[in-house]
Design a protein. Structure first.
Length: 338
């Protein structure tokens, strides 16, 4: 650990989800966060089988530990004032999460923080809107904001930034749905490609969760929809016609809803081999991206009916900044206050 400055700190954050694990090392000051090393992401499928067995498999744990060893080498090259490691949906549900926690602690020297769905939602919202704060007032999408973080194991809806005197990252309401790309695939989309009966069962499952979410999150009157996570950005890249994934082409872009729903439906009904031919899809997402596409398409449809103002422009904002940015920014601010 290096010495802490009075006006800035260099911190690292690890976001360990159901499908992927990510590392961000950044300097945090009063203006926000500033990456000091390339972001790292590995698809580890930690949540493989957890929805059914409520346990991490030995293979999934080893994939996670191998990624942690890679992160450890990156951290040796970029010393930090602190490291925060958060784990989300799959780890919340795994009975043997102690094995995961012990392995991470032995490699990185930090105990994973298993955060709740509401904590995950707040951090995702903070990360998503932190980038908006850097825009000029003429370039700000209309408030309030609904941030959707569609992960492998859970999907968070977070409403905030109501345009009043409250901070732009102030959360008003949130709800964590126990659905994600991995869960939907393992629960329902078992054939390759999935059958219409399996798709209908998955949609019924998703609709039940959306009903509960809309009871808790007042989406009527939302000004802008912001979508974060690998599923949303991948489908957004396809909607834009990207032949390979380009985060700079996607991040912050307004994505036409009609184009997004069209490619969502196409990808959902593809075989895995057909998806492999789409180079904008990360190889580690090929087998589960259909489940994520189904959730995203249904959310866009339901939001269009429940909150016409959210999609009044016919677009949503795709963002590369979510939970990982939020946890780094929140941790850095905490250290600065202390």
């Amino acid at each position: 650990m290096k010495g802490v400055s009075m006006d800035q700190v260099t911190v690292a954050g690890v976001d360990c989800g159901t499908n992927s694990i990510r590392l961000l090392i950044a300097r945090v000051d009063r203006q926000g966060l500033h990456p000091v090393a390339p972001r790292l992401m590995r698809v580890i499928r930690l949540g493989e089988g957890v929805d059914r067995n409520h346990r991490f498999s030995d293979q999934a744990l080893e994939r996670a530990f191998e990624a942690c060893r890679l992160f450890a080498r990156q951290l040796q090259e970029h010393p930090v004032d602190g490291l925060r490691f958060v784990a989300t949906s799959a780890t919340r549900d795994a009975d043997n999460r102690e094995s995961f926690e012990e392995g991470v602690r032995s490699i990185l020297g930090v105990t994973p923080e298993v955060i709740s769905g509401s904590q995950e939602a707040s951090l995702s919202f903070l990360g998503a809107v932190s980038v908006l704060e850097q825009r000029g007032s003429d370039d700000m999408p209309p408030a309030p904001y609904l941030v959707v973080d569609l992960g492998g194991g859970s999907t968070e809806l977070v409403l905030g930034g109501d345009g009043s005197d409250l901070p732009v990252d102030q959360v008003k309401a949130s709800y964590s749905m126990n659905i994600g790309s991995v869960r939907m695939t393992e629960r329902h989309l078992l054939d390759d490609p999935p059958t219409q009966e399996q798709i209908d069962q998955a949609l019924e499952d998703v609709d039940g969760w959306i009903d509960r979410a809309f009871d808790q999150v007042p989406v009527a009157g939302v000004g802008s929809l912001i979508g974060v996570s690998g599923t949303v950005t991948t489908m957004s890249a396809l909607a834009l016609g990207c032949k390979v994934y380009d985060r700079h082409a996607v991040d912050g872009r307004s994505i036409p809803v009609d184009a997004a729903r069209r490619v969502d439906d196409q990808v959902l009904n593809m075989s895995r081999q057909e998806r492999r031919e789409l180079k904008a899809i990360h190889p580690g997402r090929v087998d589960v991206i259909g489940g994520g596409a189904l959730i995203w398409s249904r959310l866009l449809e339901r939001l269009g009916r429940a909150s016409p103002s959210a999609l009044a422009s016919g677009t949503y904002v795709a963002s590369e900044h979510g939970l990982l940015d939020g946890l780094v920014l929140d941790y850095g601010r905490t250290l600065l206050r202390e």
